[in-house]
Design a protein around this ligand. Structure first.
Ligand code: IPE
Ligand code: IPE
Ligand code: MG
Length: 262
């Protein structure tokens, strides 16, 4: 995966093709997390029902997943449905779940072709049996893939994840003196994965909305005004390029040896 895989996919002369040539492949974010926001506003602007915004957002998911896999990103996490999103009208929730099922069915072949492993993060228990069935099938089919991990955050809440991890530690009888950050991180949905280096939020809102609270401690944040259904590979590449200009200090000072070695 790398420059040529993106160039083979992006239309020649496209903005994405131009931007990807500027990427430093030695300094890619290992993990990119995205708060996909603005579907409703995108639809409202077109006088369409909100669900049409969600439908249009599927093309953005497809584009982002493929460009990240081709770039050589290790982990991509997309926030698809929060624990708080159950507050929305039942028809919208039904619409979202229906679109999720359709996406999984239609995209399985692409996930396989790109060697992508799908993993749900969030509590699957509260999801309807048909949605769970589709998710389990997709996770099983892609389970042996060794390329990019695609975390789909569904019925996900950062606080709920932390509480669940604490419960797991207590149930397992972990000695309090032995519970450190690394051990705790291993009890989260993202166990074994690098923390997000880059957190993207679309549609201009400057908030975290209960996403990956533990994991984003030192993520670089990039917010765009673009609504999610308008988000394409070129926007993702813009975010990666902006990320590569950042000076990550982790509380230290510039050029600290410990940072250079990361
Ligand atoms: C993001 O778009 C999709 C989900 C949260 C499922 P929204 O539906 O939140 O769109 P806005 O923010 O209302 O425009
Ligand atoms: C965050 O978007 C959740 C997802 C993208 C799934 P929301 O639209 O639900 O967040 P708020 O309500 O604007 O904070
Ligand atoms: Mg929103």
């Amino acid at each position: 995966m790398g420059l040529h895989d993106v160039l083979a996919w992006a239309p020649a002369e496209s903005v994405a093709a131009r931007l990807v040539r500027q990427v430093d492949f030695g300094r890619l974010p290992a993990h990119i997390a995205v708060i996909m926001d603005g579907n409703g506003r995108w639809a409202a602007r077109r006088r369409l029902p909100r669900v049409e915004g969600h439908r249009a957002g599927i093309d953005s998911v497809r584009d982002s997943v493929e460009v990240c896999a081709r770039l050589g990103i290790d982990v991509l996490t997309l926030y698809a449905f929060s624990v708080e999103n159950w507050k929305r009208p039942p028809a919208e929730v039904r619409g979202l779940m229906g679109l999720l099922k359709r996406y999984l069915r239609l995209e399985l072949a692409t996930l396989m072709e790109n060697d992508i492993r799908l993993q749900v993060i969030g509590s699957e228990e509260e999801l309807a049996p048909d949605v769970r069935g589709e998710l389990d099938a997709a996770q099983e089919r892609t389970g042996g893939n060794t390329g990019m991990v695609f975390n789909i955050a569904l019925n996900y809440g950062g606080r709920a994840e932390i509480v669940a991890a604490a419960r797991r530690a207590l149930r397992a009888g972990v000695d309090p003196d032995e519970l450190d950050e690394a051990r705790f991180a291993g009890l989260l949905y993202t166990a074994g994965q690098p923390d997000p280096d880059l957190l993207i939020r679309t549609s201009g809102e400057m908030r975290i909305s209960n996403f990956l609270l533990w994991q984003i401690a030192y993520s670089e944040i990039w917010v765009t005004d673009t609504y999610w259904p308008d988000f394409r590979a070129r926007h993702l590449l813009e975010a990666v390029l902006a990320y590569q200009k950042r000076d990550r200090r982790y509380g230290g000072i510039e050029q600290e040896p410990a940072i250079v070695g990361r």
